[in-house]
Write a protein that binds this ligand. Structure first.
Ligand code: VGL
Ligand code: ZN
Length: 204
């Protein structure tokens, strides 16, 4: 047995936190509720606090769809209507801490384009996250949120493709599991692509 949990990860300049889609519609009771999705909130709040205390960049992504988005069933997409811009379901979960310095990244905002990856989401100035990360000299990205098998997975894979190191909080993610095994599969894809699975209690 590796004693992984005992190894502390020292946060440093060049680190950034990306909290993926912790929005009402992805929580239990939401339009696309991930069962037990609320378990990510406490661990992610701890991570947010640490990054905030160290003055490191924190990004909050949000699924931010127009009405009649191409991913909705009404347009033969796979999902029920969810995270429609400016509706309560699209708001960040009440209990997640969103510091005022955090940068909000919106994705899936175009009518005809699905976007699972936060990396190609955009800030309020329409600048892509990938460019913001480069501009800020980010090397390591720490990722948690919803859902493991969609937006978290795609964010991690794209970050790795672009040459970032990616650390995924296993206690800060939760899967939709449309098919049994999706979660396991997603974790496998992340590690096989070079991502690191860690728990938030290893952050120092
Ligand atoms: C997501 C399904 C549809 C996600 C977004 O954030 O993982 N999943 N839209
Ligand atoms: Zn969506």
């Amino acid at each position: 047995m590796e004693k992984k949990q005992e190894l502390r990860i020292q946060l440093q300049a060049g680190d950034a936190l990306v909290v993926v889609d912790v929005q009402n519609d992805f929580l239990p009771g939401g339009a696309l509720g991930v069962s037990a999705g609320d378990r990510v909130i406490d661990p992610l709040n701890r991570a947010v606090l640490l990054f905030h205390q160290r003055g490191l960049p924190i990004f909050f992504s949000r699924d931010w769809h127009p009405t009649q988005h191409c991913s909705f069933k009404e347009r033969n997409g796979p999902w029920p209507e969810h995270c429609v811009q400016n509706t309560p379901g699209a708001e960040f979960a009440r209990d997640i801490m969103v510091p005022k310095e955090a940068i909000i990244i919106s994705k899936g905002v175009l009518h005809d384009e699905e976007q699972y990856s936060t990396i190609y989401g955009r800030n309020s100035e329409w600048e892509e996250l990938s460019r913001i990360l480069d501009r800020l000299g980010i090397k390591r990205i720490f990722i948690g949120g919803l859902a493991t098998d969609y937006c978290v997975l795609n964010t991690v894979l794209d970050a790795l493709k672009l040459g970032f190191e990616a650390y995924v909080f296993t206690d800060g993610i939760c899967a939709v599991n449309v098919n049994p095994g999706d979660e396991e599969n997603a974790l496998k894809q992340m590690t096989e692509s070079g991502g690191h699975l860690i728990t938030t209690d290893r952050l120092a």
